[in-house]
Design a protein around this ligand. Structure first.
Ligand code: SER
Length: 341
């Protein structure tokens, strides 16, 4: 008999770390971790199995399901926004074709074992594209349906894959002689910029926040690539993991949509600097905006309207900015770098 498992793609990434730690504390979930690179040492022993490979390799995915029965997929593998601008073709392949491969796999699995396959997809504030700073200031909390005009390849990829997921969940093979559900239970969260105390993102555009905090804690100077007034919504990693698992656990009958904004707090780069200086008074943080990356940040909303998530499945962040810095980021990062010294 094939073993029922939860598949996590992009397992070595920031969300993967948090999710694997979470599932290692939940007795009844066996995780298979898939990543291009061998799983980070600290995570080995916390998963049932690791597969090293590429989501674009269909043979690899077929080998995987010859051994395991997929009950849930957390499809985290992606090239983030800055990285994707340097290699848009590769980004499209990984972010779109990779997602399509996994949606197909989820459908095949659901047909094979006769149960729905939960498909959790991290989307992003990058799906929004505000035309100018006046509009950004005027619509402080953007709703899911507004300003869906991304200016990055990554944002386009995420927006399209949200729609592909919705299509698979609701309309796949709608004209076949015997139309029936695809069995793919697709659910997506539009994450704000995520900040983890224990890992660093690679290739994102909201990275100036985690980079600033980690550099200060490590005693390194930091030149911020956006100006001090650049403002984005952010979220502490424990809230991001809680949001994913909470949406995953919500009864499908409660979900009036499949794609949800979630918010926590909104800060400008200057406000982040002030908070970092309060915690690490000697930190050297300057502003040296990079025109193109700053323009991407300017096109993303200052904050999001997450009313639907709050109403449908009870979303409520546990970390506002004070608690995120005071109880999570500063103490955990300080301990981490003290241990490295
Ligand atoms: N944090 C991501 C990025 O900056 C946005 O989802 O690319």
């Amino acid at each position: 008999m094939r073993r029922p498992v939860t598949l996590i793609t992009g397992a070595n990434g920031e969300i993967g770390h948090g999710l694997i730690e979470h599932f290692s504390r939940v007795a009844d979930v066996s995780v298979v971790a898939l990543d291009l690179k061998p799983l980070d040492e600290g995570l080995q022993g916390k998963v049932a199995a690791t597969v090293v490979g590429d989501i674009l390799e269909v043979d690899l995915l077929q080998r995987l399901v010859s051994e395991y029965e997929l009950r849930a997929i957390y499809h985290l593998a992606a090239l983030l926004s800055t990285r994707a601008e340097y290699s848009p073709d590769t980004a499209h392949r990984v972010n779109v074709e990779g997602t399509l491969n996994l949606l197909k796999l989820a459908h095949e699995q659901a047909v094979w074992h006769g149960r729905p396959v939960l498909f959790m997809f991290p989307s992003s504030i990058a799906v929004y594209g505000l035309p100018d700073l006046e509009t950004k200031a005027a619509c402080a909390r953007v709703r899911e349906v507004d300003h869906n005009f991304p200016t990055t390849m990554y944002g386009c990829n995420k927006l399209y894959c949200e729609q592909l997921g919705r299509y698979y969940a609701q309309y796949y093979r709608q004209l076949s002689a015997e139309p029936r559900t695809s069995g793919v239970d697709f659910r997506a969260l539009r994450f704000p910029g995520l900040i983890s105390a224990t890992t660093m993102p690679t290739g994102g555009t909201s990275d100036f926040a985690p980079e600033m905090i980690h550099a200060a804690a490590a005693g390194r100077p930091y030149a911020c690539f956006v100006g001090e007034h650049a403002r984005l919504p952010f979220m502490a990693m424990p809230d991001a993991i809680r949001a994913l698992t909470q949406l995953a656990a919500a009864p499908v009958s409660r979900l009036r949509q499949r794609i949800y904004n979630i918010g926590a707090f909104s800060l400008s780069a200057g406000e982040i600097r002030r908070r970092v200086l309060a915690a690490f008074p000697g930190a050297e943080i300057t502003f040296q905006p990079d025109r193109a990356r700053a323009a991407i940040v300017d096109s993303w909303p200052a904050d999001v309207d997450d009313t639907a998530a709050r109403q449908d499945w009870g979303w409520k962040p546990e970390y506002d900015a004070d608690r995120a810095f005071g109880e999570y980021l500063v103490p955990t990062i300080s301990r981490y770098y003290a241990g490295q010294a």
